[in-house]
Design a protein around this ligand. Structure first.
Ligand code: AMP
Length: 198
């Protein structure tokens, strides 16, 4: 199964994607995680991406598309994958279409986690304080001011991605304001419907 998770930062994409990994045995491809790993390893990509990420902006399409193109070639992604945090622009969505077409592959579903953006800032403050309490490092871009920049980038560049998939009949909206279990249940029934139709 090849899936995409859409939704603003803090909507719970990562949490829900990791639940699907366990259920479907396919990897979660988070461009945010891949970029953070590149920054930590100080690779050339990481060096280019760091300042943009720290400011809450979007890394260039060229860099991100390159990372995804390499990652989906790996063995564990053959059976399928869950894209988390990609595509974030129309150019990325179009590049993904081309990549899949070249391989003769299709997307099965695009799930959009719909959330109340005014509540997201509170959610992110909670995520940062939980990470701190657990002795885990707090993401620099989870600072409330930087988080607002990330939300702005989402509304400016990424909000157009959901309509792109809606027009192609691939989009299912999920109410992301419910409990984690409730959101998972909505996702499971959406995916059951996709499997039944194919
Ligand atoms: P995330 O963990 O998905 O919230 O991503 C953290 C940061 O990584 C974002 O704020 C961007 O700076 C960068 N990033 C992750 N995915 C992408 C993408 N698909 N396009 C551009 N920048 C990205």
């Amino acid at each position: 199964m090849r899936l995409i998770f859409l939704g603003p930062p803090g909507a719970g994409k990562g949490t829900q994607a990791s639940r699907l990994v366990a259920r479907h045995g396919i990897p979660q491809l988070s461009t945010g995680d891949m970029l953070r790993a590149a920054v930590a390893a100080q690779t050339p990509v990481g060096q280019k991406a760091k300042a943009v990420m720290d400011a809450g902006g979007l890394v260039s399409d060229e860099i991100v598309v390159g990372i995804v193109a390499d990652r989906i070639e790996e063995e564990d992604a053959r059976k399928g994958f869950i894209l988390d945090g990609f595509p974030r622009t129309l150019a990325q969505a179009e590049a993904l279409d081309r990549m899949l077409e070249e391989k003769g592959l299709k997307l099965d579903a695009v799930l959009e986690l719909e959330v109340d953006q005014t509540q997201l800032v509170n959610r992110i403050i909670k995520r940062a304080s939980e990470a701190k309490a657990a002795g885990e490092p707090v993401r620099k871009d989870d600072d409330p001011e930087i988080f607002k920049q990330r939300l702005e980038a989402y509304n400016r560049d990424t909000a157009v991605v959901a309509p792109y998939y809606r027009e192609r009949g691939l989009l299912t909206a999920i109410d992301g304001m419910k409990s984690i279990d409730d959101v998972s249940a909505q996702i499971d029934s959406a995916l059951d419907a996709v499997s039944a139709a194919s």
